[in-house]
Design a protein around this ligand. Structure first.
Ligand code: PMP
Length: 328
């Protein structure tokens, strides 16, 4: 195996250029997974967060020693906390109380201040994490809020990095792109880039079934990372072909299954994306090439997804003709 010869000058330079891996799935098209959990803070959000912070620095909105405030269900905050630790910013993150305990611990490990707020059903709820972040922004002089839900720069982070990488790694052969949709920065940025290369590429977002976008009666949900609760200029609907809703149950079950059956210890949004990919691929052929985003690792959800489950014996069978014993 050839070693990666590139020596990075800073941790931030090592963001992106994640591997793309062929998955062995019982479907006709080739399915390639982009391993975004291999970014330095552990998720795809390193890309968008770095782009937004460096743009704010260029525009003079964020000054040396300044404060970054953001409302996030976790990974954007984790990415900002890592970037803040490297660049010397104070970072304050507000999260909903559905956020996995591991993510809150990671935020604190990077030195961020974390405010845990009630799990509000919409962004305007004064008790919710969005309202709390706005309040902090106004209270702290010179504070900067990347505002991932309302920022085109969020999508541009993916337009300039994730999109071109996928195009190069598939040698222009990608036909379908499937990713979780939260702020919709990923599907909008990658979607714009891929459609500029080939307008026939289909862009598919995976949403929480109970979200503001997918449900007539939005309710809270437990999947993390995805769920469209705001439609803003971050969401470029013109480049998105389908948004497919998924239940908590399907997302959690597939997340558990792929760890055991495919060796993929991934987060809940990745489980959701793989569930949709398996179904969607039924209508595709050998000539199609599907790229899925595995946004973060299952290590952030050990309590929420994995520890609560019952241990199940492996269904392996001894291949002797007389005994059909189960090897446990
Ligand atoms: N999955 C996970 C685990 C995430 O943290 C995010 C970011 N919220 C997404 C999917 C969705 O990405 P985006 O916000 O770009 O739509």
């Amino acid at each position: 195996m050839e070693a990666n010869k590139k020596q990075f000058k800073t941790l931030l330079e090592s963001i992106g250029n994640t591997p793309i891996v062929r998955l062995d799935l019982p479907v006709k098209p080739t399915v390639l997974a982009k391993l975004e959990f291999m970014n330095p803070s552990g998720s795809l959000k390193d890309r968008a967060a770095l782009y937004m912070v460096e743009e704010a620095e260029r525009l003079g909105k964020l000054k040396p020693g300044g404060t970054i405030v953001e409302a996030t269900s976790g990974n954007q905050g984790i990415a900002l906390a890592m970037i803040g630790a490297i660049k010397g910013y104070r970072v304050i993150i507000t999260v909903p109380d559905r956020t996995a305990v591991e993510k809150i611990a990671i935020l604190r490990a990077y030195g961020a201040e974390v405010h845990v707020c009630p799990n509000a059903a919409n962004h305007d709820d004064p008790q919710g994490y969005h309202a709390r972040a706005e309040q902090l922004l106004h209270e702290i002089p010179g504070a900067f809020m990347p505002n991932q839900y309302y920022s085109k720069s969020n999508a541009m982070g993916h337009y300039y990095s994730t999109g071109p990488e996928i195009w190069q790694q598939t040698e222009g052969k990608v036909t379908h792109f499937i990713a979780g949709a939260g702020t919709c920065g990923t599907i909008s940025g990658v979607g714009q880039y891929l459609k500029e290369q080939n307008p026939a590429v289909k862009i598919i977002g995976v949403d929480a079934a109970n979200s503001f976008y997918s449900s007539k009666e939005p309710k809270t949900y437990t999947v993390e990372g995805l769920g469209i609760d705001v439609i803003s200029e971050t969401f470029n609907q013109a480049v998105v072909d389908h948004v497919i809703p998924i239940t908590d149950e399907d997302a959690f079950n597939t997340t558990r299954r792929v760890a055991k059956e495919n060796g993929l210890l991934v987060g809940i949004s990745s489980g959701a994306v793989l569930h949709v990919a398996l179904k969607y691929a039924q209508q595709l052929t050998e000539n199609d090439l599907v790229v899925v985003i595995l946004a973060d690792s299952g290590r952030s959800y050990l309590n929420k997804v994995f520890i609560a489950q019952q241990p199940e014996p492996r269904q392996a069978v001894k291949s002797t003709p007389h005994s059909q014993e189960r090897i446990v």
